[in-house]
Design a protein around this ligand. Sequence first.
Ligand code: ASP
Ligand code: MG
Length: 402
Amino acid sequence: MSLIVQKFGGSSVANAERVMNVANRIVETYKAGNSVVVVVSAQGDTTDDLIEKAMEINPKGSKREMDMLLSSGEQISVALLAMAIQKLGYNAVSLTGWQAGFKTNSNYGTAKIDVIQSERVKKELDSNNIVIIAGFQGINKYDDITTLGRGGSDTSAVAIAAALRADLCEIYTDVDGVYTADPRIVPNAKKLDDISYDEMLELASLGANVLHNRSVEMAKKYGVNMVVRSSLNKNEGTVVKEVERVEKLDVRGVARDNDVARIALVNIKDEPGVAFKIFSLLAKNHVNVDIILQSIGREGKKDISFTVTESNLETAIDLLNANKDIIGFEDIKATSEVSKVSIVGAGMVNNPGVAAKMFEALADANINIHMISTSEIKVSVLVNQKNAEKAVAVIHDKFHIA
Ligand code: ASP
Ligand code: MG
């Protein structure tokens, strides 16, 4: 007998028919002799709708109240799903994050799970219940509800799978698995049979919206066997695991991230300590910086440009302007009309030609590159947002990714 954690995303439980469909799949797994723990997201666009409701009333409401509000979406779906399973004649019990023992820190809106006290879940499993847990939420040391950040139910699922030492964590979604590129942009994108934790982590962080990146981080850390598959068919899905790959050129996927903005500080003094001033200021204020580019000095001046997420753009500009004299720049230029396009693959580190091939694809398509960054397993470029989809398509084509 195995212990299986199944996570269903919002689209998989969007309406009554889909809830019944999911209930059937859960019962099938249970009838095959497995213990089943299920983690569910809020139905369809519920979370977005709740955010909208809050904005109508007070866009600056406290984060604590936001979490109280947003956690309600998952509470609806767990209860409905438990009822659906009961309708099929099986025992199910729904639990909120706190009932399931998800203890988090107090960073409302982006809370991290400290520990899962899983006694209650184990007790319910011992009583032969199918356990349905509200994803995306936990409780802090003040007994207040917290949420884990958008898309956080994946992380809830992997966390409970790790805590219970589950044999498998299945992430059910509305696509067949992890693709070599977004199939809506690249129609001949292929589903990958497997992918390594590291590659998946890069793809997730670089804008492939399949998995919450913290869920992959956690799966890697605890060695959780994970598979991403569709709730709408029986196809095999993509296995995410530790894979040793040979040293051959192996680009696994192309990702695009539109949530990027570029800031350029023009005519800064070319002297020691300037970069330190800029980036420590941003770090102190929790503004994450991604790609950084510095020009060569000329006549004692230089430019430094870097990227941040769009949500951090205003904060970053305000901070920099408030410290204009201390940093010593003449002008600040910013745009959010840029996207990051990346290729990911473990073989990249041993293949210097990979980046060149990517740039060739972009050159042939007449797409200008603003910034470049590379790591052992990825190459990212910053391009104009209007060119991003085309960039993904031509790069995917160039590498014949399969
Ligand atoms: N319902 C939350 C969201 O929409 C969490 C999740 O779906 O994973 O972000
Ligand atoms: Mg998701």
